[in-house]
Design a protein around this ligand. Structure first.
Ligand code: HEC
Ligand code: HEC
Length: 432
């Protein structure tokens, strides 16, 4: 049932009962004797007056309900056409949250050992090996100085670069933070704004982006690699024929390699698989809060993202959804001063990939949790109400999280870090 309606009933039913009692007493004790009515007359009069009052109450109730309904219609989850499609229009996003979870209702899942792959690009060991070679290939950049791995340092920086925003060829600064490539294979759309529908499509971006690797054209990459006989041999082995090296095959091999970048070895995964002592008490409290506070509304499923190939349903959300002082402090609005529409990022290894958010403006994880709780869930003293267009989020508690709750959630986020990557990438020191 609509929660607005149940609220109204919870108030309405007691009011009607008290009203009926008062009316009955008035008619029987005061009005009836005054005009000299018998018992039947008293009942008729009570009934008539009562119906009138009830009808009035119903009108007020309906008016209230209409006033409280969200401005836009809530779309059905199952018919969301955007899961693999292009970016949706801004007015169709953030309206598809399921109801807030009931405590204990959420199912915690582990990451599968293999990522789904498109039928057109089946992985083979030779293709994966070629993709790995290409991921480290600096000749794919305009000045021969950058490879994918320069910005996505797999082991020392957990697949990101530890900088606020990316540094491309000739020291050019980008405007976006570098997301990790670990577990990107499970995401239904890629990039912060989710504009790439597959890893194959994504990989074309940085090679040609003038402020990233900055190659002039796809033919340039084909020419550079074809000039090297060892690449000609690797491509022949990977694709099983000796067709010329194409840009399409370059990105296919890279994507096949990226689909092997999976971390299912976090304390969280060990806990869900049954190792009872894998999480500390603080992490367990944080796990419960992550559900009850509502983080799971968006960071759902085994990859902690609703933009996931593993049953994700609604890849994009407004961020910041509510107005809070954070948006000015960390420049969270878009360049044109609007609430941006962003893909829900995965939170796996998030403790290892700071600084955080699309502009890399926040260098403390506890601050990110506070921003999320207030900007996305309205847990803020400064909450401004209907700016958040999602009715289910609008129903949640408004109390800001306590320091201890924030600490516990951070502890839980740390439990999403891979054991292997924690060993190779020194954690972001406090304060950046
Ligand atoms: C100059 C630094 C830089 C280089 C080099 C680079 N990337 Fe990226 N990468 C980024 C940034 C920044 C983003 C986010 C951009 C955005 O969202 O607009 C990104 C995003 C990605 C993503 C999306 C991850 C996600 O969760 O959405 C993948 C996958 C990726 N890069 C793979 C690659 C591959 C493959 C290469 C080499 C062909 C490469 N990158 C080269 C900086 C770089
Ligand atoms: C309404 C959807 C929504 C809810 C609810 C939500 N998030 Fe987020 N979260 C997002 C989006 C969208 C982003 C990307 C923000 C950006 O583009 O800068 C994000 C980003 C993050 C990041 C930064 C990721 C990175 O790599 O920089 C963390 C950490 C995070 N969320 C944790 C949480 C926690 C903890 C909660 C619960 C207190 C929560 N989120 C609730 C949608 C949500």
């Amino acid at each position: 049932m609509n929660s607005g309606l149940s609220d109204l009933l919870a108030i309405g039913i007691p009011v009607i009962l008290i009203g009926m009692l008062t009316l009955g007493m008035m008619v029987h004790r005061e009005l009836g004797p005054f005009v000299g009515l018998g018992l039947g007359g008293k009942w008729m009069l009570s009934l008539a007056l009562g119906m009138g009052i009830l009808a009035f109450g119903l009108k007020v109730g309906v008016a209230l309900l209409l006033g409280r309904a969200p401005e836009a219609t809530v779309e059905r989850l199952s018919s969301n056409p955007f899961v693999h499609g292009p970016m949706p229009a801004a007015d169709r996003i953030g309206l598809v949250n399921p109801a807030p979870p009931r405590p204990g209702n959420y199912v915690w899942e582990v990451l599968p050992a293999r990522a789904p792959e498109p039928a057109e690009n089946p992985a083979t060991p030779a293709k994966i090996a070629l993709g790995k070679r290409l991921f480290y290939e600096k000749r794919l950049s305009g000045d021969g100085a950058l490879a994918c791995a320069s910005c996505h340092d797999l082991y020392e920086k957990a697949g990101a670069d530890g900088r606020p925003t990316a540094e491309g060829i000739a020291g050019q600064r980008g405007v976006r933070n570098v997301p990790t490539v670990w577990n990107a294979a499970f995401q239904s759309v890629l990039f912060w704004d989710g504009r790439a529908p597959s890893l194959e499509a994504q990989a074309k971006g940085p090679i040609l982006n003038p402020i990233e690797m900055g190659l002039a054209a796809p033919a340039e990459a084909e020419r550079l690699l074809s000039a090297d006989p060892s690449y000609r041999a690797d491509f022949a082995r990977a694709f099983g024929d000796d067709q010329p090296i194409s840009f399409e095959r370059i990105v296919q091999a890279i994507a096949a390699f990226e689909r092997t970048l999976i971390t299912a070895d976090s304390p969280y995964d060990r806990f869900v698989r049954g190792q009872g002592d894998a999480l500390s008490r603080a992490q367990l409290r944080g796990m419960a809060l992550f559900e009850s506070v509502g983080c799971v509304l968006c960071h759902r499923g085994p990859n902690f993202s609703d933009a996931s190939l593993l049953g994700g349903q609604s890849p994009w959300r407004f961020f910041p959804a509510n107005a809070t002082p954070y948006e000015e402090k960390y420049r969270l609005l878009t360049e044109s001063g609007e609430r941006g529409v962003w893909r829900v990022p995965s939170l796996r290894n998030v403790a290892l990939t700071g600084p955080w958010l699309h502009n890399g403006s926040v260098d403390k994880l506890d601050e990110v949790v506070r921003i999320m709780a207030s900007a996305q869930l309205g847990r803020s003293a400064d909450y401004l109400g209907w700016l958040n267009q999602d009715s289910s989020l609008g129903k949640l508690d408004r109390t800001p999280l306590s320091d201890r709750e924030v600490r516990d959630i951070v502890a839980f986020l740390e439990a999403l870090s891979s054991d292997a990557l924690r060993a190779t990438s020194p954690r972001t020191p406090p304060g950046g």
